[in-house]
Ligand binder design. Structure first.
Ligand SMILES: *[C@@H]1O[C@H](CO)[C@@H](O)[C@H](O)[C@H]1NC(C)=O
Ligand SMILES: *[C@@H]1O[C@H](CO)[C@@H](O)[C@H](O)[C@H]1NC(C)=O
Ligand SMILES: *[C@@H]1O[C@H](CO)[C@@H](O)[C@H](O)[C@H]1NC(C)=O
Ligand SMILES: *[C@@H]1O[C@H](CO)[C@@H](O)[C@H](O)[C@H]1NC(C)=O
Ligand SMILES: *[C@@H]1O[C@H](CO)[C@@H](O)[C@H](O)[C@H]1NC(C)=O
Ligand SMILES: *[C@@H]1O[C@H](CO)[C@@H](O)[C@H](O)[C@H]1NC(C)=O
Length: 761
């Protein structure tokens, strides 16, 4: 089973240039002056290659780095800021309507875990449904006929029958089902139950004919299950071809009688026997630092075990089970004895082990090892492609493989012949939604269900069917937010030319009635770091803004992400970080040139490292590009980040300020250190939204930066404000929806006022 996871200082020199200002931005710094904030004479010294010696950096707001809830001065600072912010927000006379639109964008029932089993006598689907008012999922089993009938009503009611309700697993509701594996004949299901979303839990087994719904009691694993119970499973389980037992991986279990290895182990469980009798196949590594994963050939002959450490590199071994008794003394072929690259299993077919690997392949490739006791070589099957990153590979229809790439910032899927590597076709060539989950039941299956999400819908479910020569697709369902139709929106792929001539991919999403008249408010979202892609995904505040203001939503793919392969990531790293910012500005200017966005009405929107980029482009973009900047849980003082515990993890992407060469580059973009009213007359409207309990990007980034901006621009014609999220960490959207909605309200109200927008719904 495979799961995909699947994130202003405009130079408005004269007022008559500023579109937004013509309509009024509701801001009057004389009426509501910025609070006075204490400054201290603290400095830091860094080595600079350019200066050929040390350079000092002022840190006048060093005291704002103290823990916010234990220091009265810091607390007073946040109270003063919040008061100023609320005075501005009070000018939104439609506050209730804004909040309601945002709430609507969160208000939907969602389907997950779609899998189609065509190996059983009667093919069937498994899926889960989480209703908006429930915090646990219900799993369903439905026949192909029932699913087909449900399509006619766009799944107004879930097809089939409830099979498994998560709330039947524990009295206090903390247990959930983290993954499941249906046996080959479709009669048994192994399911991993975890407490509080942990990675490790207990495997239980039940018959697919024995539902767990509305039980009288709630014993561990639920009423009506089989006695087979495996403690401390960490997610990997494969049934033997005849379903008489299964292989699994397990983490340390000091209480497990004879099975008390410390570290990751591979074991075999025979159905109907006690757990204590399970056979250990592979004991932990001597240094306990590796986790195992494994794969079994379809005929059950070969077992491959992979050991991966925290660095992502892999060692691998294979054993021929046929003719050997399962034990910890079996003979193994050492396939990858020393690990300096990553290997994951695609399939074992006859004596060939097909793998996905980055061995001599920056963007990943499919290759094979022939399982031979005497010599092992790696042979390319589907070579690495330039500017296109291979993310996952799935065996399909026995001798085919589905390859999932990131190409121009979006998922593209190709179907290949596995043995020859020959490309058959691109699958879903025009899809603009992002893949979230693709589960497959067996290597033989000719039918696979994929779950996606996109800018205008939290869920789209598609099926891909292979008829022996071609793959075709059809849609099972698409979820629309109340009062909207996901399919009324158009997504287009465009390119901007960056400062050095590089073509930068980006996407625009807009309602089909929106005109390209140069008058549209435009929300430009980006991330651009760590090789991460953050686009074409469902994000309630983006969709509610798009719907409410009939604007254009844009996702830029600046260098630093892996939109155009790993090369694209490297081209926006460390000494080349400036490329990320140039690319974002290029996209903004292209939007104006193409009359997609109104001049001066582009909102730069970034979260975390994206918030850093938002603050940088606020200063670097030419006048009248951006009208508002939303920097959410943003890194705004890179020198502070380097001093916190997250620091060492940033060096590859952003550099090390204690390195004299890196220092000069960091000094040229770090937002807090580049606030200079002599070089720049004015900042666009800026709202920073730190979270009080954020330990990854501490709120002091925003505290210090907003204090410095307000100090440097005491008569700012645009609001420079902060909204502090209370009792919130770095990622609030999943943890606390009310706090998240309060933040999104502040962002939308701020943008509405700052750009003089009219809400249309
Ligand atoms: C900081 O140093 C400057 C110049 O040395 C001095 O004028 C100022 O009073 C000092 N401020 C504080 C708060 O100590
Ligand atoms: C120069 O900066 C480095 C790095 O911060 C520091 O360790 C060193 O003490 C500084 N040297 C002087 C003379 O200030
Ligand atoms: C909930 O119950 C389970 C046992 O069913 C227990 O392990 C867990 O600690 C409990 N959690 C809470 C928050 O009470
Ligand atoms: C191994 O797995 C455990 C449990 O899932 C996890 O906590 C640990 O970080 C993993 N170790 C490595 C080296 O990946
Ligand atoms: C994809 O879009 C192109 C261009 O609009 C069109 O010609 C083609 O038929 C589409 N393909 C599919 C499978 O929808
Ligand atoms: C300092 O930074 C430069 C540029 O990023 C890098 O090439 C060099 O290896 C770094 N030096 C050390 C000692 O890490």
């Amino acid at each position: 089973m495979v799961k995909f996871a699947t994130f202003a200082l405009i130079f408005i020199i004269a007022i008559d240039f500023g579109f937004a200002l013509c309509e009024g931005n509701s801001w009057n710094v004389k009426e509501t002056p910025f609070p006075k904030v204490k400054r201290v004479n603290k400095t830091y010294s860094y080595r600079s290659a350019r200066a050929n010696g040390n350079v000092t950096i002022a840190n006048p707001y060093a005291w704002l780095e103290k823990p916010y809830d234990s220091d009265d001065d810091v607390k007073q600072f946040t109270i003063d800021q919040q008061k100023l912010t609320e005075q501005y927000m009070n000018k939104c006379t439609n506050a209730k309507s804004i909040t309601q639109s945002i709430r609507n964008a969160f208000d939907y029932d969602d389907y997950f875990d779609w899998t189609y089993y065509d190996t059983a006598k009667e093919p069937f689907y498994v899926f889960s449904l989480q209703r908006i008012d429930e915090n646990r999922k219900t799993y369903y089993i439905a026949s192909a006929k029932q699913v087909e009938a449900a399509k006619k009503t766009n799944f107004a009611t879930p097809p089939g029958h409830p099979f498994f309700k998560e709330d039947g697993l524990s009295v206090n509701g903390t247990a959930s089902l983290s993954t499941f594996v249906v046996s080959n004949n479709g009669y048994l299901i192994a399911y991993l139950v975890v407490e509080d979303e942990s990675d490790v839990g207990t495997w239980y087994v039940r018959k697919t004919s024995s539902p767990l719904v509305n039980p009288k009691t709630k014993p561990p694993g639920g009423e009506g299950r089989l006695p087979d119970t495996i403690l401390l499973g960490d997610g990997a389980l494969i049934w033997k071809p005849d379903d008489s037992g299964f292989f699994y991986t397990q983490v340390s279990d000091p209480k497990a009688g004879t099975n008390k290895d410390i570290g990751s182990v591979v074991r075999y469980h025979q159905m109907g026997t006690p757990y204590e009798k399970d056979i250990t196949i592979v004991h932990p590594d001597s240094d306990e630092s590796n986790n195992y994963s494994f794969d079994l050939s379809d005929n059950g002959d070969w077992l491959v075990v992979m050991a991966s450490g925290g660095d992502g590199n892999t060692r691998a071994y294979a054993s021929l089970l046929k003719g050997q008794t399962l034990s910890d003394k079996m003979k193994w072929i050492s396939i990858v004895p020393t690990s300096n690259y990553a290997v994951s299993s695609v399939a074992i077919v006859d004596r060939d082990w097909y793998v996905q690997t980055d061995h001599d392949a920056l963007n990943g490739k499919v290759a094979k090892y022939t399982l031979d006791w005497n010599s092992i070589t790696l042979v390319d099957v589907i070579p690495s492609r330039a500017h296109t990153k291979l993310i996952f590979s799935i065996i399909f229809a026995s001798n085919k493989v589905l390859l999932f790439y990131i190409e121009k910032g979006k998922y593209t899927i190709y179907l290949h012949e596995l043995k020859t590597g020959r490309k058959i076709q691109q699958v879903l060539p025009n899809e603009t939604y992002t893949l979230k989950q693709a589960y497959y039941a067996s290597a033989k299956s000719t039918h696979i269900v994929m779950s996606l999400w996109g800018a205008t819908s939290p869920k789209k479910v598609l099926e891909v069917d292979f008829d022996g020569s071609r793959a075709t697709d059809k849609m099972l369902l698409i979820k629309s937010i109340k009062g909207t139709n996901a399919q009324d929106y158009i997504t287009e792929s465009l390119e901007a030319i960056s400062r050095d001539g590089t073509k930068v991919p980006y996407y625009i999403v807009y309602h089909k009635e929106t005109q390209r008249n140069g008058e549209n408010p435009t929300l430009l979202h980006f991330y651009g770091s760590y090789g991460r892609i953050e686009n074409l995904f469902y994000y309630p505040p983006h969709f509610s803004w798009l719907h409410s203001y009939r604007g254009v939503l844009v996702y830029a793919g600046p260098r630093g992400g892996s939109d155009n392969g790993e090369e694209w990531h490297e081209a926006g790293e460390r000494l080349k970080k400036q490329n990320t910012f140039d690319d974002i500005i290029a996209v903004a200017q292209d939007l104006i040139k193409r009359k997609i966005a109104a001049t001066g009405e582009i909102i730069a929107d970034g979260i975390s490292a994206g918030g850093l980029a938002a603050a940088v482009v606020a200063r670097q973009a030419p006048a009248n590009t951006f009208g508002a900047i939303l920097a959410d849980v943003a890194v705004l003082d890179y020198f502070l980040l380097a001093r916190t515990r997250a620091g060492p993890f940033q060096v590859e992407d952003f550099g090390d300020p204690y390195n004299a060469t890196d220092f000069d580059v960091i000094r040229s973009w770090s937002p807090l250190q580049n606030i200079d009213p002599i070089k720049q007359k004015v900042f666009p409207a800026i709202l920073v939204t730190p979270a009080d309990s954020d330990i990854r990007v501490v709120p002091a980034h925003s505290f210090k930066c907003i204090a410095q901006m307000q100090f440097s621009y005491p008569t700012s014609p645009n609001p420079l404000l902060m909204h502090l999220q209370k009792d919130a960490g770095h990622n609030v959207i999943d943890a606390n929806q009310d706090t998240a909605i309060a933040k999104y309200f502040h962002q939308q109200c701020f943008v509405q006022l700052a750009l003089g927008l009219t809400k249309k719904d």
